[in-house]
Design a binder for this molecule. Structure first.
Ligand code: RI2
Length: 309
């Protein structure tokens, strides 16, 4: 059992599994495996689920989808802890499947809703790689909209290459640019919309996404370009209602350059940044298109269970 959890932890930490939704689903699948690990009784299994959940949560600190998925599953486990081992396993594994299915449905719904925001001849800019954004743009294309997309390469890990490959192989005219081209591009290419994903969304409508996102939002504001965030409600941060700290992951400097090549130079590798709510036009969620001011209400509705903890 430990090996399964260790492997999932490593895969998330090293970004073999990446993307805010995918790491949440990977944690859920791992906990489902733990549900069927050797245990004497429900209480013992519950303890294993708790320790495995804590370990998985610690793999990456920024995307709240990961702790949200784990906390939700542990919440369900706690609710069913009065059941005998067999029933507990049956009930919890079924609920985990339900949770994963719900996330897949949310993705589809966001694509369906977000497709309406895309117009013919749009020039769209995206950053990093978001499954949610990819799905939305592919859906818009399948709905007959004809537009083009610019993808930033997204240093240092180049997730923009994944996006460019995905969209281009779907037939969408796609251009790759360096991250620092954004300001120029908005003017010269007349970008109509920025569409990005999210890792964490706060009660006040601020959001965290891949490093570089907030600079793009600043440019978009200056150029009067819509800044659209596609996010499942799983990425809303319930703890932000209680004033939690915002933690930005700093990754190994060697992702940027081997430190031997620059002796004496400190290298910083922040993986995410925070975009202020004032710079966000709308969020596209599975519950509809909402302004940043409405995030608070969605959070309260969705995470009632969490706030009771
Ligand atoms: P989806 C990613 O983080 C990016 O910041 C991306 O925008 C976000 O997760 C959301 O991804 P990383 O794992 O859930 O590449 O929309 O560090 O796929």
């Amino acid at each position: 059992m430990e090996e399964i959890v260790d492997k999932a932890y490593e895969d998330i930490k090293t970004m073999k599994v990446r993307g805010a939704l995918d790491i949440a689903i990977s944690a859920a699948e791992t906990l489902k495996k733990v549900v069927f690990s050797d245990s004497e009784d429900t209480q013992e299994l519950l303890q294993k689920l708790k320790s495995s959940g804590e370990r998985l949560k610690s793999a990456r600190p920024t995307a709240v989808s990961l702790p949200n998925a784990v906390d939700y599953i542990l919440h369900l486990a706690g609710k069913n802890s009065g059941l005998g081992l067999k029933d507990f396993r049956g009930k919890l594994s079924e609920s985990i499947d339900g949770f994963i299915e719900e996330q897949n449905q949310a993705l589809k719904k966001i694509a369906e809703i977000g497709s309406h925001l895309v117009e013919d001849r749009d020039v769209i800019l995206t950053h990093c790689n978001s499954d949610t954004v990819d799905m939305l743009l592919k859906r818009a294309w399948d709905d007959g909209k004809r537009f083009e997309v610019f993808c930033t390469e997204t240093r240092p890990r180049y997730q923009g290459h994944i996006t460019a490959r995905e969209l281009s192989s779907h037939g969408i005219p796609t251009t790759l640019v360096v991250d620092s081209a954004v300001h120029l591009l908005m003017k010269e290419m007349k970008v109509d919309k920025v569409v990005v994903g999210a890792d964490t969304v706060y009660a006040n409508g601020d959001m965290i996404n891949k490093i570089g996102t907030s600079q793009i939002a600043l440019c978009a504001k200056e150029m009067d370009v819509d800044f659209i965030v596609a996010t499942e409600s799983l990425k809303l941060c319930p703890q932000s209602l209680l004033g939690s700290k915002r933690e930005i992951e700093y990754r190994d400097p060697s992702e940027i350059i081997s430190p031997d090549k620059l002796p004496g130079v400190k290298i910083l590798n922040p993986a995410f940044d925070i975009t202020n709510a004032d710079y966000i036009t709308v969020f596209v969620t599975e519950f509809g298109v909402i302004p940043p001011e409405a995030v608070y209400h969605l959070l309260r509705e969705k995470f009632g269970w969490e706030l009771k903890l």
